[in-house]
Design a protein around this ligand. Structure first.
Ligand code: ACO
Length: 326
């Protein structure tokens, strides 16, 4: 198969910062609780006139430039998101227009916090079979728009952002080695946004019942997360024919530092081999893994030849893991 890897990266978070101290004024919570239970200290929140495609655009132009390309060169755009600008047109189509990426095919992918790794898997296989030469893959979410800021169980956990990569052919031996994508649809009830779709369209009743906000069974999702972070990593390493000792950098979905710590323990990973930035951005859903990846690149934590594992879990329920040789 053609070696397909990451040839450009970019990220964007909105300017406005919402700290734990700010949240203390909004709901019955405190900095100590939030930090000790989640590791989160602050999160970025989109301006009223910013939607997901705007966050995605900022990350995209950086990634395209770093790849040494222009938007007109793009063959494919995939946006992983659960907070599209609207149901349709897709956020990817809106972005295609903004970028002027006239020849690119464009579609959105919905797999919640696993969306970025799902999108990488889908696009990589399309490039490997020769369907396209390059693709712009973005994880972008504006969770603040679907968060109930009167519910302390959820509002402390989420933030807004976007991360982007351009993928294309790389040198022999480099690039993506394996993907492990999965779902446990039976757990769908544990994490959902109930209304606004064809099952329960928006109405005065759904607004009244706050059914346009994220509903989550935190403890159950926590258990699922701890389990699949470990099993998905072990499975993807097996597929790649690698051992966990070979991981140079582990990039987990940034939802809760306790979930990451438990994965580190089970996988025997020390801090220097794990990327953590949940304290600054909170859980940004599909943007979380690319934000962490791009920040790791910017900090010089990834060098050519490094084996990087990305692993996420989220609504669906879903999980997604990948191994790339940088
Ligand atoms: N401030 C103060 N107290 C709080 C807060 C808060 N912000 N939130 C909850 N509490 C209270 C609860 O009401 C509860 O009180 P009670 O015992 O009197 O009922 C108490 O704190 C403990 O609650 P737990 O649910 O046991 O807390 P836990 O240690 O499990 O932490 C958390 C909760 C942080 C939500 C954790 O379960 C978690 O991180 N779960 C995973 C969530 C996740 O990752 N979701 C995103 C998936 S990604 C996606 O697809 C969007």
């Amino acid at each position: 198969v053609l070696p397909i890897g990451i040839i450009g990266t970019g990220k964007y978070v909105p300017e406005k910062i919402l700290t734990n101290a700010d949240l203390e004024k909004m709901v019955e919570t405190n900095d100590e609780w939030i930090v000790s239970r989640t590791g989160i200290r602050e999160r970025h929140i989109a301006a009223p006139d910013q939607a997901t495609s705007d966050l995605a655009y900022e990350a995209a132009i950086q990634a395209i430039e770093k790849a040494g390309m222009t938007a007109a060169d793009l063959d494919l755009i995939v946006v992983a998101t659960i907070t599209p600008d609207m149901s349709f047109p897709s956020t990817a189509c809106i972005l295609q227009d903004k970028l002027g990426a006239k020849k690119a095919a464009a579609f959105d992918l919905s797999a919640a916090c696993s969306g970025f790794v799902y999108a990488l898997g889908a696009a990589t296989s399309m490039l490997q079979m020769g369907m396209y030469k390059n693709a712009l893959i973005i994880g972008a979410d504006t969770l603040s728009r679907i968060t109930d800021y009167t519910d302390r169980n959820t509002c402390v956990l989420f933030g807004d952002g976007a991360g982007a990569v351009v993928i294309g052919e790389v040198g022999e031996g480099r690039g993506f080695k394996a993907f492990d994508l999965g779902a446990e649809g039976a757990g769908g009830e544990l994490l959902k946004l109930p209304a606004g779709g064809s099952r329960t369209p928006a109405s005065a009743d759904t607004l009244e019942a706050k059914q346009h906000f994220i509903q989550m069974s935190g403890r159950e999702v926590f258990k699922f997360a701890v389990k699949v972070m470990n099993t998905a990593t072990v499975d993807v390493l097996n597929k790649a024919g690698m051992s966990k000792d070979e991981i140079d950098l582990f990039i987990p979905h940034q939802a809760n530092v306790r979930i990451i710590n438990s994965a580190m323990e089970r996988l025997n990973l020390t801090e220097d081999r794990v990327m953590i930035n949940v304290q600054k951005y909170a859980n940004t859903s599909a943007a979380s893994i690319p934000l962490a990846l791009v920040e790791a690149v910017e900090e010089g934590r990834i060098k050519e030849g490094d084996k990087v594992v990305m692993v996420g879990f989220g609504g669906g329920l879903t999980w997604g893991a990948s191994v790339i040789v940088w």
